[in-house]
Ligand binder design. Sequence first.
Ligand SMILES: [Zn+2]
Length: 274
Amino acid sequence: MKLLMQNGLSIFGAGLFLICMGMMLTRPSNFASYVPEIAVELEARVEDPTVRIVLDAGHGGHDGGSSYVALREKDLALKVVKLVRGRLEAARLENVEVVLTREDDRYLTLHQRVAVANRYPKAFFVSVHFNASKHRSASGTETYHANPKPNIIENQLRRQLQLDPDVPILDTRGERFARSVQDVLVRRLGTRDRGVRNNRKFVLPREVIGPSILVECVFLSNQSEGLKLHSARYIEDIASSLSEGILNYVKESGNDPYDGITPLSGGDELLPAG
Ligand SMILES: [Zn+2]
């Protein structure tokens, strides 16, 4: 994984050709090649008591994400993520650190974002996005999780929890995390509830080992929501709603990113998580 990060850093200095090379290095077909490296790092770090909340501002650099008039998704996401970091740090949770995947307007591949989260054995992951549609009436908030995780991720979880490699696991973390954040956003912003959605097609949140979600806060293409996004106060409201939802879930799980994983054994009988 260190190798991947070094590739990532060199990409930014070396232009479009290397960006393309970087994308090739991190595309899904190569995913299997970097997970074993993560496993080695995790073994070294598994005693680390610190829990990380990894905040990912969607898009960046040449990837602006959605845009509408003067609003660019990559800028809004970065602004919100920095405000969320401030609020989470102000909550002064013991043994909790906040990590950003990007601090400025730079491009990261999806797998570089995954790698930041999977560097830590104890991480909660939130990717922040804004929605857009050619239908300007489309509005509201939706939050994604991915369940079940791919086998390679479930195998990592079993290793970390010292479970038998064959034991099936029930993982409710993503759905609960998504519900916690979605509920606060909809209630506090008064947005249309487009629901908590399970989507295994997205690299994020699918390939993150910890509880992981992707939030589409509001529609920048919607007349009413787009207009509000020009207001610093509304951006603050989005950030404080996100941080409240994140904190609710982190506290509810007892600061434990494994809370919500249940090994299944003997048919459908549920056994307590080890
Ligand atoms: Zn996006």
